[in-house]
Design a binder for this molecule. Sequence first.
Ligand code: IPM
Ligand code: MN
Length: 353
Amino acid sequence: MKLNIAILPGDGIGPEIIEQGMKVVRAVCTIFGHELHARTALVGAAAIDATGHPYPDQTHQLCMESDAVFFGAIGHPRYDNDPSARIRPEQGLLAMRKSLGLFANIRPIVTFPSLIRQSPLRAELIEGADLVCIRELTGGLYFGRPQGRSEDGNTAYDTCVYTRQEIERILRLSYGYAQKRRKKLTVIDKANVLATSRLWRQIAREIEKEYPDVETEYMFVDNAAMRLIQCPKSFDVMVTENMFGDILTDEASVITGSLGMLPSASIGLHTSVFEPIHGSYPQAAGKNIANPIATILSAALMFEYAFNLAEEAEVIRRAVAASMEAGVATEDITREGKAYTTSEVGDFIRQLL
Ligand code: IPM
Ligand code: MN
């Protein structure tokens, strides 16, 4: 098969982890006889420096022409400490999500047996946890207008907007996932306070009738935040709006042992994007210490979702699990013993393949 991939390393640790991900992608293509066409483009702070824009037209063109986008991370401390910066790297990520129509962000959360002792949560709570968070990705507070400041600068506002169409499509997609899994869907909102959440709940109540084989559960987001670490095994598929999903999935990463473990797939109207859920981790940039596993597992999702190559994905996951069994891991997930570098972990996983 011919695989046309756009590579967007981005900022911070992005280039280092994407390099490891590409080692794995290339190895899998060689093993299975796929023809790989990979082209690289700029995004984020790197793109602002070069072009003045965090998601340049050229990058968008490449994404549109490709079958999948393999994305590193975005963000730079130079902008974090400058609230008045008019152009920010994160706008590149949001522009990409919006212009590719990536309305669903799929974040699978599974525990790895070799990492169970790594989690601050008790082993028996997380052993066997296996859930998927589906985060709506192109609506809500991230995109609602108006957003900004009053003239005197002393009042700021964001707007949370959701339409019926946006809510229906993400719910239907989520029911589809639940049907293929353990047939439970938790709809997470704040319907006791927010108008958008009440619309979510109203629509969910309407369409749950179309999926009688799936058990629908409703939960307020504050309660969900608690239950997620108190009894993660009670969840199968959860669906929620953009910002709740952003927060809950960082929290959920604790179940797996490290933020450096969670991959994601963003799917929608055009080319799908595969990226780790963690950010650009600027403190680690260039140090060869960042965990490449979230990125490598994102490559597995890419084979599975973008190319329908499930065996390739499974082979990658097995190699990742084996590297952890062997104790070849970066500092965030090594409790005792030697910590390996980003590139050593990448090389080891490639060798295992
Ligand atoms: C994520 C990130 C982004 C988000 C940031 C970098 C804009 O935290 O993908 O979860 O908030 O969506
Ligand atoms: Mn996030």
